[in-house]
Design a protein around this ligand. Structure first.
Ligand code: PEP
Length: 252
């Protein structure tokens, strides 16, 4: 039996502005009001965080951002600092594959962001995952290990309890081709979990949540979440519709 509390986080990506964020949450909050036993997080774009924070009010749904900068303030035009995020959110997605592929994020910048987020008390959701090419050439274990080790370098065990890992094979994101439950679980159980144990000790490593992300939908969520080391999901497309997101939360 799993002792880790499942989590379902919605990554809205660059969808839903201020008014659309408000409208979606006005439907989502009541629809999820009686859900228990699962942590639910929504991550709208930066411009929606203020209104989302107000709409969520005393709801148990938590708020997350999709990115931050590691510096606290200064001449970083267009960036948002850890404290600015913390004013509104409890969570922040770090190192999503779209940011790695399109915005030059590296394991090193991910690591700086992880430390900066932890310093202000945010819970980072750190994304890792291999490309299709890496998967086909049998490099999944190697790539994911490197991303976890380098992304979490220097994190202390007492900080690690706030960390969440999201395994998101790049080839499964937005493609409709989710990893098989057994295949994803093998990466969680045999690659990521042992590294967490090595870095932070088995007790802490076994308590840390590892989410799966990549084409999770209402109809495949349960089978994925039933796996021993899949502790919930990071959901893209299916988090933008109330019905599908609620079904995924219920599956968890
Ligand atoms: C994501 O972008 O984090 C993601 C998992 O997307 P999707 O669910 O749409 O594949």
């Amino acid at each position: 039996m799993k002792t880790r509390k499942p989590m379902v986080a919605g990554n809205w990506k660059m969808n839903k502005g201020l008014y659309a964020t408000r409208d979606l949450l006005r439907e989502l909050v009541p629809a999820l009001s009686d859900v228990e036993g699962v942590d639910v997080v929504v991550c709208p774009p930066f411009v929606g965080l203020g209104v989302a924070n107000r709409e969520l009010g005393s709801s148990s749904i938590k708020l997350g951002a999709q990115n931050l900068h590691w510096e606290e303030s200064g001449a970083f035009t267009g960036e948002i600092s850890p404290s600015m995020v913390k004013d509104l959110c409890d969570f922040v997605i770090i190192g999503h594959s779209e940011r790695r592929a399109m915005f030059g994020e590296t394991d090193e910048s991910v690591n700086k962001k992880v430390h900066a987020a932890l310093k202000v008390g945010l819970s980072p959701i750190v994304c890792v995952g291999e490309t299709l090419e890496e998967n086909k050439s049998g490099q999944t274990g190697e790539v994911v290990s490197r991303q976890v080790r380098e992304g979490l370098a220097g994190v202390e065990p007492e900080q690690a309890v706030k960390l969440i890992i999201a395994y998101e094979p790049v080839w499964a994101i937005g493609t409709g081709l989710a990893a098989t439950p057994e295949g994803a679980n093998a990466v969680h159980r045999d690659v990521i979990r042992p590294i967490l144990g090595e870095l932070f000790g088995d007790k802490i490593g076994n308590g840390m949540r590892i989410l799966y992300g990549g084409s999770v939908k209402a109809d495949n969520a349960k089978e994925l979440f039933d796996q021993s080391d899949i502790d919930g999901g990071l959901i893209g497309g299916a988090s933008l519709k109330v019905d599908s997101f609620v079904s995924i939360v219920q599956a968890a």
